[in-house]
Design a protein around this ligand. Structure first.
Ligand SMILES: Cc1ncc(C[n+]2csc(CCO)c2C)c(N)n1
Length: 231
């Protein structure tokens, strides 16, 4: 009886596997995007990377806040802890690395302050808050997952050949570290766990949230590559 149950579970496709399969064409476009190709070859213009960093700080600020808010809504102690730690780690680690990048590229506090959020970054962040405030913590967690998982896959792909530009190499290294791979796997497990508790309609909505985030991730590269503006 137990072995039959285990076999069934083993053959079952998890919600995150389904999401991953459905988002595959969007992810492939991210892997093939000129921003990523040029990051690896070293030919990405510094100005484009500077633009990316200045927009990404909006994303990161809100990402930390979202971790905190989702954790506040959930009751599972281990999930709460992971999300609180994530919000904390984000402020401690990634923010520190980014501060070093800002210094290396002479991006001043004034420049950061006077750079408005660009359309795609605004839409991405708004999408995540929409999933939380008009949806549910499970949908918001699904919306956060491509951030970990896509960057981890990009990190693993790019680290094989690296980049001749030091700062691009440092950027790649951030997303291939063991700690980051571990955090990605934990986040996948969290979304699977929340998916198991969801009814079919909620599962579908979690899936949609994941696909939409994958879309915004793809267009984040394009936004930076084309220096997107409101007008
Ligand atoms: C648009 C955008 N998407 C994903 C990441 C990557 N990222 C941001 S927070 C976080 C979790 C742990 O630090 C990860 C992986 C990014 N920087 N910018």
């Amino acid at each position: 009886m137990i072995s039959v149950y285990l076999k069934r579970r083993k053959n079952m496709v998890s919600i995150t596997q389904k999401m991953h399969q459905q988002a595959a064409p969007l992810w492939q476009e991210s892997f093939d995007h000129p921003f990523i190709k040029e990051l690896a070859s070293g030919s990405l213009p510094t100005d484009t990377f500077r633009y990316y960093l200045k927009q990404d700080r909006y994303y990161l600020e809100n990402f930390g806040d979202l971790h905190q808010q989702i954790a506040d809504h959930l009751s599972d102690a281990s999930i709460k802890q992971f999300l609180y730690d994530g919000a904390q780690g984000l402020h401690d680690d990634e923010a520190t690395i980014r501060r070093e990048f800002f210094q290396e590229l002479s991006i001043t506090t004034d420049e950061i302050k006077t750079t408005p959020i660009a359309p795609n970054a605004y839409n991405y962040v708004s999408h995540m808050y929409h999933e939380l405030n008009e949806g549910s913590p499970a949908r918001a967690a699904a919306a956060l997952l491509p951030c970990y998982w896509l960057y981890n896959e990009i990190g693993k792909k790019l680290v094989k050949n690296g980049s001749p530009v030091k700062i691009y190499q440092q950027f790649i290294n951030t997303y291939d570290s063991n700690g980051f791979t571990d955090a990605t796997n934990q986040m996948i497990n969290i979304v699977d766990k929340l998916g198991e508790q969801a009814d079919p309609d909620e599962k579908q909505k979690m899936n949609t949230a994941f696909i939409r985030s994958s879309y915004y991730e793809l267009h984040f590269w394009g936004m930076a590559y084309n220096h997107q503006k409101w007008a």
